[in-house]
Design a protein around this ligand. Sequence first.
Ligand SMILES: [Zn+2]
Length: 315
Amino acid sequence: MNEVLDKKYNYLTNFFKTAIEQQRLFHSLILYGSNNYIQYAVALEIARLLNCKEDGSENCSCQNCRWIRENRHPAVMTISKIDNKTDSSKTVISEEQINYVLNTLFNSSDFHRVFIFCDAQMKNLSNSELKEYNEFKSTGFNPPQENNNDEIWYPKGINTTCFSTVAANAMLKSIEEPQSDVTFIFLTNNKDDILQTIQSRSQPFSVPDTKIEDYRTDFFSGYFKNYPQFNINSALDFANCLYSYQTENNLEPVYIIDSIQYYLLELIKANYSNGDLVKIIYKDIEKTQQTKKMLEAYIKEQTAYEDLAFYFCKR
Ligand SMILES: [Zn+2]
């Protein structure tokens, strides 16, 4: 049923599944990348994993899973300038709308509430957009609004224009002091389109628009032969290997880190029953998130790779 998510993004959904099981998922997440439909599907999948009353399996038909697939679950709300509006403005996510969201949190709920923030519009889709829409539909999830004549709900990344500083600031307290049964998910094309104060309190995840088959791990996997042990004598070699592969193939450094994350997530899958090892892998993945942050802060790639290599040796 969930073929696209399962085949292309299972490293991500497995990651969230493990994080939820270990209760280590932040209460505020940022999903960033270029394909907002896929981000939206990943966000709904997180909502499903948080609410499933069975084992969270992809074809679970418990009521929560069904409602979330149909996008009519009372506790899973899409917040955009055209979804769940409480006022008549259709241009921004308004402060009034945010206050409405926050007020709903005063009522107790049997569900884990998930609020998905994005930009959206109803539009006639171009051919390439239609392809994205069909891929989204093949995940088994539905958009929050029905098609209206030829117009289809189309998600876009949030930015400071459609989600103003005033509205974002109204949310800060809830993000700073989260309730255990509430998760906020922000979809964006670029993390920097989200207010710094929200960014710093959220866990960011890149949702790449590449097919999972595109991840190559063979160029560095040799260094992981004795994992979780990592040879300090080969740390610099490892960093050099990442850097040369990146430059020789003209890749973004974030791709290199995504490949390592993919490799580590596959390791989780292969060692699922070994709780201690899974914990180490999980920490290593958190470290790779930090490496991404370093790269985004324009720290030199080689320095960031060396930092990661020495972390592997010393932890
Ligand atoms: Zn279920």
